[in-house]
Design a protein around this ligand. Structure first.
Ligand code: SAH
Length: 331
């Protein structure tokens, strides 16, 4: 796609042009995967974090109650998810030093041997090449690591000085080299984001060609430096979902919880803009509220794995199937 086309799609206020964009995104998705939405069970394994990202509610400096799941609790989540027909488990968490390679590899191996028909996705932040290698050997298939912004100066305004844009980008390249299906992504409407930084995000995505892209609106988190900022726009998030589908027709693109948190029909709107993944929460009920990366984060109702029948029904109502399948990227 030409950069002048992207400019136009990002800035137009012509409702017909926007409707056509959504329709084209859905056509491309349906041509690649059919009328299917893939379900991932999200298990938030720890909210301990050594990082201090300015936007995040579980940043190191925030005084929130901390928890970490045991291996047994995580396996129990997988068992419940498997019974519900979920065939991808996403283990997400803060950058918790307790989660050593040895401990995470042990958890991954257990899931791999007990649920050989499932995909294992990790989203545990930045680690070293050898660590990613060990976790891949243990059986992890995919890794989600949002790049957060492809603009170096913007990155520096969202993160403390000890965090490095280059290292985050290097992690994405390492994951790719190790044979993971890789996901990058960014928040829509994060502080200091501009159309120019968004264009860099899209150029990076078009060039890196990740198997997955996670985008959702920024939502302020209590106790953080950005607590009083305004949330990102739903409309812009939908438009970007559709543009990303145009850039990468086969990409696995979730309707994120952040969108569901800002709008009761957020998930359906995202699917109508070209998304094809949902990630209901499979964490133990009593720790869900503690993984508070932003205010009022939904983890019940249509965001809860135990409501999967309702999720399937809502998707069926907009003409989408939810297969019991790993939902791998189609090469
Ligand atoms: N520690 C892991 C997981 C972070 S949580 C990592 O570094 O990848 C997953 C994603 O939530 C982040 O990548 C970020 O894009 C998003 N997130 C964090 N704070 C947010 C906020 N206030 N509003 C919206 N999304 C947020």
């Amino acid at each position: 796609m030409l950069s002048s086309d992207i400019d136009h799609l990002l800035t137009t206020s012509d409702p017909t042009a926007i409707d056509e964009l959504y329709a084209e995104a859905c056509r491309l998705r349906d041509a690649a995967y059919g009328r299917q939405v893939f379900v991932r069970g999200l298990i938030e394994i720890t909210n301990h974090c050594g990082n201090d990202c300015l936007y995040c509610g579980i940043r190191r400096s925030n005084t929130c109650r901390r928890y970490r799941l045991t291996k047994e609790q995580i396996l129990d989540c997988c068992r419940q998810g498997h019974e519900l027909g979920i065939r991808t488990f996403v283990l997400q968490g803060g950058e918790d030093a307790w989660m050593t390679d040895e401990r995470v590899a042990d958890i991954v191996k257990s899931i791999r041997s007990q649920y050989p028909d499932c995909a294992i996705t990790l989203s545990l932040g930045e680690r070293g090449y050898d660590s990613f290698c060990r976790l891949r050997e243990a059986g992890a298939d995919r890794y989600l690591l949002r790049h957060e912004t492809a603009d170096r100066d913007h990155y520096a305004r969202l993160h403390p000085t000890e965090m490095s844009f280059d290292h985050r980008m290097q992690c994405l390249r390492d994951l790719r080299e190790l044979g993971y299906q890789v996901g990058c992504g960014f928040m829509v409407g994060s502080p200091f984001q501009t159309i120019e930084t968004i264009k860099k995000d899209l150029a990076f995505i078009a060039d890196f060609k990740p198997e997955m892209v996670g985008i959702g609106p920024f939502i302020p988190a209590e106790g953080t430096p950005f607590a009083d900022r305004k949330a990102g726009s739903i409309e812009m998030t939908l438009r970007l979902l559709a543009i990303i589908r145009l850039l990468l027709p086969k990409v696995l693109l979730p309707a994120t919880t952040a969108l569901g948190t800002l709008h009761p029909k957020g998930r359906e709107l995202a699917i109508a803009a070209g998304a094809n993944v949902v990630m209901p929460n499979l964490s133990p009920q009593d720790t869900r509220a503690l993984y508070s990366i932003y205010n009022n984060k939904l983890s019940t109702g249509s965001e809860a794995a135990e409501s999967i029948a309702d999720i399937r029904a809502r998707l069926k109502a907009i003409g989408m199937d939810t297969p019991v399948s790993r939902g791998d990227f189609k090469a």
